[in-house]
Design a protein around this ligand. Sequence first.
Ligand code: NCD
Length: 309
Amino acid sequence: MNEFFNKDIISIKDFNKDQLEKIFSSTDKIMQLSPTERREICKGKTLGYLFYEPSTRTRLSFDSAMASVGGNSLGIADVSSSSTQKGESLADTVKIMSIYSDVLVLRHTLDGSSRFAAEVSEKPVINAGSGTEEHPTQAIQDLFTMKKEKKKIDGLKIGIVGDLKYGRTVYSLLYGLGNYDVDVRLISPESLRIRSDSVYEIKKKLDFTESTKLEDHIDDLDVLYVTRIQKERFPDEEEYLKVKGSYVVGLDLLKQMKDDSIIMHPLPRIDEISTDVDSTKNAKYFQQAEYGMHTRAALLGLTLNENGF
Ligand code: NCD
């Protein structure tokens, strides 16, 4: 039996290196199939999505991933148009959605929301972002991007820059990188350093340094992972204004980078990478978004087929 069958995907911490590598090889496999072969994988299956926070890529990539493997999607992309507005609880909404679908994809403002949803859902739950806590499928897509574009993950020097306090993609990525032998440099304004409650856990599996200066690391990195300052998660606007625009990756900075280094970003980008970087060979963030569709298709195929695909 395929070990991912009917399993929730709540935290990247639930996956070991061997399992991550299996997901990557399933993604490679799915990318090689013809559209007709691919559509057999989840034929007749339904994905239900429930988004309590805005999303473009994550929801659409799940949607298009499901279509590419022959399934269909339904759900609530904006809870303001649903019964949640009448006071329906998350538990009831999840229970109902799990009747209508074979797998549930949830994005919610609260940490712990996906774990809770998985407890009440009849069907497997995939966490598509839970508060500031985690975004495991983004990390799978990020690790896959490194593997495809740098041909390895072990040995990479990786700079992660921006909002390390509120950016949930950063936490999932760091937990995922803990399975590999990498050199990580965390770069952020002092007030947006990685949360101390997570440092202890991450330190057990990963070597990293912390700094405020991108210039000190830029010429040495294989991967620069840029993140958006998470304006909506700041308790007060003043604090946001103090750090807004702290790091901007432009062509000047790119010139200082190794020729074969890559720039990644989970997107959406606001102003932290200037658009003239987009057409350079180092910019991989749009490619990363495309890989996200394939990694999600592979995850759906594994979750919904007892014997894999
Ligand atoms: C990220 C998220 O929602 O955490 N977006 C995404 O899913 N690619 C990153 C962000 O919003 O900055």
